[in-house]
Ligand binder design. Structure first.
Ligand SMILES: NC(=O)c1ccc[n+]([C@@H]2O[C@H](COP(=O)([O-])OP(=O)(O)OC[C@H]3O[C@@H](n4cnc5c(N)ncnc54)[C@H](O)[C@@H]3O)[C@@H](O)[C@H]2O)c1
Length: 369
């Protein structure tokens, strides 16, 4: 693999190979994705386009909705005119647009997911996770009553619903109830996801609807804009600008990092065959490494790929809330997804970092929004 095109081609092939059963079930049916212009949308959308182009005579009819609050990304603009794909501006806080039609599968990914941005727009973040979700759940109920039931609905929750888990709850199973502030600077995100899950399980139970929930743990890789202000894109930006890698903390908190191609396989598995009213951790269970170690690995990989000569330096963020309520450790138990869905993430950190940095080298410009 030498550049971003090679990386994306390999990843899309990998995703479609691992989803042949699920995408076959969805073929000939209509899928709606909200928030499809975002990081996860990058592969959620392109994987379906890839499937339609190369693997089936009975395409999945895909509708992407997004309010494009952070711009329309080039990759999505390039897909305009693709058969069986519609792209439309829509804010999920508003009533559903007429074009929504009869959906067989729905993925609700629309919200603001980057901590820097959701702290700037807390109300919009909560509205997308609660009000936007409610419109879609009401739609599922109406469709059932009309005799056109939805076959699968996926709500994106987050590993942040666990907050800062107590040590005996790390690694963290789905049964852990969380240690979360309801008023801190991250609460707009964490608490609206928690209430979103409560809405989902109650709609699933009361109306017997196929509503399923993903709890993503630190996904990284292609599609995550270099300007997103999450750790890895910040490090990539430093490397590609020829600067030292700047860490805005002591780098002690630990995470496991799941390459996005693996995570996207997990999400479609939940959508197509997760159990109703159930939540699934989607991530990777090892290695659990500190942010400092991640930065060191980025230095090493960049040295091999680009002859990078920088090092890691520490600075203090001028944002006083930068680290408030930031969990110290985060590591999932993924046994439930393995058992119910045969979810088996296979791309290790070393390979994922290499692919990510190659992708960033060809995607170093992005709107700073
Ligand atoms: N990426 C991760 O590691 C991760 C971790 C935990 C949870 N999640 C969840 O997964 C989902 C997708 O995450 P992402 O990383 O792709 O986020 P992202 O911020 O990259 O993309 C979200 C998209 O939603 C759109 N959006 C925001 N508000 C909207 C609204 N009101 N109406 C319509 N569109 C709106 C944005 O324009 C953006 O294109 C989110 O719900 C997020 O909370 C992601």
């Amino acid at each position: 693999m030498k550049n971003a095109n090679d990386v994306v081609a390999a990843d899309l092939g990998y995703i479609c190979d691992h989803l042949s059963q699920e995408f076959s079930t969805m073929s000939g049916k209509r899928l709606v994705i909200t928030g499809g212009a975002g990081f996860l949308g990058y592969y959620l959308v392109q994987a379906v386009v890839h499937w339609n182009r190369h693997f089936t005579d009975s395409p999945i009819d895909l509708a992407v909705y997004d309010n494009f609050m952070r711009g329309v990304p080039d990759w999505l603009e390039d897909l305009r005119g693709e058969n069986n794909l519609s792209i439309e501006a829509y804010d999920v806080v508003d009533p559903l647009p007429a074009s929504f039609g009869d959906a067989d599968f729905i993925i609700h990914a629309a919200t603001i997911a980057s901590p820097i941005y959701y702290r700037k727009h807390p109300i919009e973040t909560m509205d997308a996770n609660v009000q936007g979700l409610r419109h879609l759940l009401d739609y599922c109920l109406e469709q059932k009553e009309k005799g056109k039931p939805v076959e699968g609905f996926l709500f994106y929750s987050t590993s942040e619903i666990y907050g800062d888990p107590t040590p005996e709850n790390i690694p963290t199973p789905e049964t852990y109830r969380g240690n979360v502030s309801c008023t801190g600077p991250r609460a707009c995100y964490d608490e609206s996801k928690r209430y979103g899950e409560t809405l989902c399980v109650n709609f699933a139970r009361q109306y017997d609807l196929p509503i399923r929930i993903a709890r993503p743990f630190n996904n990284y890789g292609p599609g995550l804009k270099i300007t997103d202000r999450r750790a890895l894109p910040d490090f990539a930006r430093n490397v590609l600008d020829g600067n030292d890698i700047v860490m805005l903390s002591d780098g002690a908190p630990t995470r496991t990092f799941c390459y996005v191609a693996d995570a996207v396989v997990g999400y479609y598995k939940i959508l197509a065959r997760g159990q109703n009213g159930e939540s699934y951790n989607i991530g990777i269970d090892k290695p659990e490494i500190s942010i400092r170690e991640l930065a060191d690995r980025v230095v090493e990989t960049s040295r091999e790929l680009f002859g990078y000569e920088g090092k890691v330096v520490m600075e203090v963020s001028d944002d006083k809330d930068y680290l408030t309520d930031n969990p110290n450790r985060r590591c999932p138990i993924i046994d439930k997804a393995v058992e119910h869905l045969d979810y088996r993430p296979g791309i290790q950190l070393e390979e994922g970092l290499k692919r990510s940095l190659l992708w960033y080298a060809d995607n170093r410009e992005a709107e700073d929004a």
